[in-house]
Design a protein around this ligand. Structure first.
Ligand code: TTP
Ligand code: MG
Length: 357
């Protein structure tokens, strides 16, 4: 069987990087994204700090009032989730294409199973470089990448060199790599477990890897042996794909609001072509077709239809989109924006791909 190879990608200073992309004049400044500091009296916490802001000691999860004390000259920005989700989707779309199996782990991180796609860890390192380039080209954002024989090691590795790093840990290097790390670095070891381990004198992964199994069993029950295996870098957990949650959509605003049905349908057709193309590229079939229509002003309507079986052709997609839009256009009200969205996605040829190995 081919050597298993897993890649973990984590975006650098993600929320701050998104803000910098929107406002290039902020690039390189100490930025704190989170609650309003209100001149030091603010409540709430720091969501993230840019790397320059981290130099002042500002960190994710810290009270915003403390951040203000450490760095009153930092640029403080409120959260703009819509932006982060939009960019996260763009990033994930790029990453997905490099993977045999793909699992989104958080807003700015994902696992890629690349077993069989590359021959060895040298091939995987090359692939990691390509991934970084592709993410940068599409979104302008930088990320850090970890490569390992499983999820556990890949995740620790992506955090090892940040920002803009690549860390490759081959199977023979795993024990040495993990050994000096605090146990908390291991995926699935939360603060409580770390605390309990500390109570029995275990703080480093290497100590856990060599701990007396009986003591671990007494302390943690069945989880004890599991913890020890993790510390030895052993992890066979598979990637869990999350296709169903995803949708493919796009929308466009008219240059001038229009009530010309022909123009509106032409735009909807154009959007249908686009999303159909993307569904093809991503090898997904879909059953749910939706539209959005915004009239002059901000009155917005959405309408969706669930087909009985996956949509079979571009013509069918366009027909459904027209039928969904028609009732909204009868009154001849000027339209500002239209959109098409595909949901209930299923990977079409994915199974075949996996069987190839
Ligand atoms: P992280 O990947 O942990 O942090 P980061 O991307 O900002 O920085 P790094 O370069 O070290 O990876 O989290 C991703 C985003 O999630 C982060 O930009 C903001 C958000 N977040 C919170 O809102 N609260 C938190 O406590 C953490 C840790 C992150
Ligand atoms: Mg990150």
């Amino acid at each position: 069987m081919a050597q298993r190879i897993v890649i973990h990608v984590d975006m650098d200073q993600f929320f701050a990087a998104c803000e910098e992309r929107e406002r290039p004049e902020l690039k390189g400044k100490p930025i704190v994204v989170g609650a309003d500091p209100k001149g030091g009296k603010g409540r709430g916490v720091v969501s993230t700090a840019s790397y320059p802001a981290r130099k002042f000691g500002v960190k994710s999860g810290m009270p915003i009032s403390q951040a203000w004390k450490l760095c009153p000259q930092c640029v403080y920005l409120p959260l703009n989730f819509e932006l982060y989700v939009k960019l996260s989707n763009e990033v994930m779309e790029v990453l997905r294409k490099f993977a045999v199996k793909f699992e989104i782990w958080g807003i700015d991180e994902a696992f890629l199973e690349v077993t069989g796609k590359v021959d060895d860890f040298t091939g995987a390192e090359k692939l990691a470089k390509e991934i970084k380039k592709a993410v940068k080209a599409k979104t302008g954002l930088s990320c850090s990448i970890g490569v390992g024989p499983n999820k556990l090691v890949a995740k620790v590795a992506s955090d090892f060199r940040k920002p803009d790093g690549i860390t490759v840990v081959k199977p023979t290097e795993v024990r040495q790599f993990l050994s000096p790390m605090p146990v908390r670095k291991l995926l699935w070891i939360g603060p409580k477990t770390a605390e309990a381990l500390k109570a029995i004198g275990i703080e480093r992964v290497g100590e856990l890897a060599e701990a007396d199994p009986t003591v671990l069993f007494e302390e943690f029950g069945k989880m004890g042996p599991q913890l020890r295996l993790m510390a030895q870098g052993i992890d066979e957990s598979p990637l869990i794909e999350t296709w169903e949650a995803k949708s493919i959509g796009n929308q466009r605003t008219f240059e001038n609001d229009t009530s010309d049905e022909k123009e509106i349908f032409a735009k909807l057709d154009e959007l249908s072509d686009e999303v159909w193309g993307r569904a093809g590229e991503e090898d997904v079939a879909f059953k749910n077709i939706g539209i959005v229509i915004r009239f002059t002003g901000f009155e917005t309507h959405t309408k969706a239809r669930e087909l009985r079986k996956p949509c079979g052709s571009l013509e069918e997609l366009k027909k459904v989109v027209h039928e969904l839009a028609m009732p909204f256009l009868e009154e001849g009200r000027p339209v500002r924006l239209v959109g098409v969205r595909l949901a209930d996605l299923k990977r079409e040829k994915g199974q075949k791909k996996l069987e190839e190995f």
